[in-house]
Design a protein around this ligand. Sequence first.
Ligand code: RB5
Length: 148
Amino acid sequence: MDKDKQIIIGSDHAAFELKEKIKDLLTGLGYEVEDAGTHSTASVNYADFGKKVARAVSDGAFARGILLCGTGIGISMQANRFKGVRAALCSDIFSARMSRQHNDANILVMGGRMVGDILAFELVREWLATPFEGGRHLDRIRSLDEIG
Ligand code: RB5
């Protein structure tokens, strides 16, 4: 299948239910979804799921991913430790759009305790539909991986 139509998703327990709903949305949009877990509401460490999804994006196995935890903060901190990962924590449509246009975000992060289902679905739709502008933003995103 076209890599542009494949996506990996992961969450901790705090956003498990939202993850399941977003999977349905993605499938309806024609995406093949890889679920990195978690698979229940039993308490887990968000970092484990952030690592799984971020590693897959960093390695190039997936071009895009979605991550969720209670606030989205811990799991985005984890994801952004991986080379080449540009994880954007979004709770408004403008940020979701700009994270693609200017930052070429390759992981969308949301807080399951922060956004309602309908807003989350709109954030996903906007994020998936918005292309990277390139141009002057290319050098800027490339420099993100220069540490120190
Ligand atoms: C879990 O209680 C919570 O700490 C986690 O989902 C997330 O919000 C961490 O940043």
